[in-house]
Design a protein around this ligand. Sequence first.
Ligand SMILES: NC(=O)c1ccc[n+]([C@@H]2O[C@H](COP(=O)([O-])OP(=O)(O)OC[C@H]3O[C@@H](n4cnc5c(N)ncnc54)[C@H](O)[C@@H]3O)[C@@H](O)[C@H]2O)c1
Length: 381
Amino acid sequence: MEKIRMGVVGLGHRGRNMFKLAAEAFPDYVIPAAACDLITANWTDTKFQQTKSMAEQFPETVFYTDFHTMLKEANLDAILIETGADIHAQFCADSLMAGVNVLSDIPVVATIEEADMLWKVHKECKNVMFSTGANSNTTRYSRMMRELYNAGYLGKPYYMEAEYVTGQHWEDNLYRKVDPLTENGDWRKLLSPIRYCTHSLGPFLAFVPEDLRKVSCFGTGPQAPIEEYGGFPKDDVQTAQFQTDSGVVIKLLRTGRCRAKIGSHNYRVFGTEGYFESESERGKRGQVMRYNSTKYYPASELLEQEGGYMPYECIHNPAAAGHGGADYVLLDDFIKALLTGGEPPISLKEGLRMTLPGIYAEMSAKQGGELLEIRYPWDNE
Ligand SMILES: NC(=O)c1ccc[n+]([C@@H]2O[C@H](COP(=O)([O-])OP(=O)(O)OC[C@H]3O[C@@H](n4cnc5c(N)ncnc54)[C@H](O)[C@@H]3O)[C@@H](O)[C@H]2O)c1
């Protein structure tokens, strides 16, 4: 393949920005062939803080309101799945079965049954690539912890914790209506905070080889007047503890409604030879990373350096955009893999390893924190 005929389904703020980035940052390799949304106005009207409509920006691109018609007619090589967070799996499966390579946004699936279905379809479509759009895994802090681990500076990680602290999926978009999302954005009302866990678990699972096996999760319940939840009361905070078979523990905090005016992502890794943390913005201070190691003399005491999303290799690349360049790297890796016939940068298995624990955590929270065993589609293979 020399040039990729790229399509997108879902033109909310995420889908349009990813499609635009793919077309504009990789003009030598990507043809923005087709786009699809149920809402025609998402193509024809100026929306989501863009200054021109998508139709004006991409006059050569064919717009569809029906996904299957696009799959049949647009002769796509690859597709970005950017529908709501609870409806990815069927779009992914149908694309794979149509021979179209997939880059799916996260979380990958919404139910255990969808995970089984997608795993089965993926195995039947061996020559078609599925890659998970886990941009958290391409961030600077994610790379840093992976590199420290690979160098042996952390030893064996035995306890990790992550926090994704944001009101974004709750109040900014849906209730305050600063920039209202699409009419089909129900997932923002319905999704339990803990289900949006891939940004937090993904960076850890990139170097923890074992699957997460057990989970117990608690929620705080809603902490504002119930009528403020628009008929869909959710926990303001949920925390889950996961454990692998060998006893590695990961704690995850996710917010639904959040009053903390701090940055979003925090990570800590406790290893037998060292420690790493990435701390989000606090007031005037930006993101920082800190680490120490018994295996690296300069870090025998805690070292501190600038953190953030921007992957190091993007610092001098003006085309690198989207979450500080993390989205650019995600697309770059996907495009390179397609052009060279390489392995998917973040496989379906990796995507499910970081998605399914959130689904089980939500079930545990609904059962008052009951300890549940996490099952994966590959367990009996
Ligand atoms: N990786 C990240 O950093 C990141 C950031 C934001 C959002 N996301 C993910 O990106 C996805 C999209 O997020 P968003 O905020 O743009 O959501 P959104 O709800 O605003 O947009 C989804 C779009 O999909 C369209 N859609 C739904 N069903 C469709 C169908 N059958 N056919 C065609 N179009 C259909 C909707 O009309 C809507 O325009 C979500 O899965 C979310 O989890 C990821």
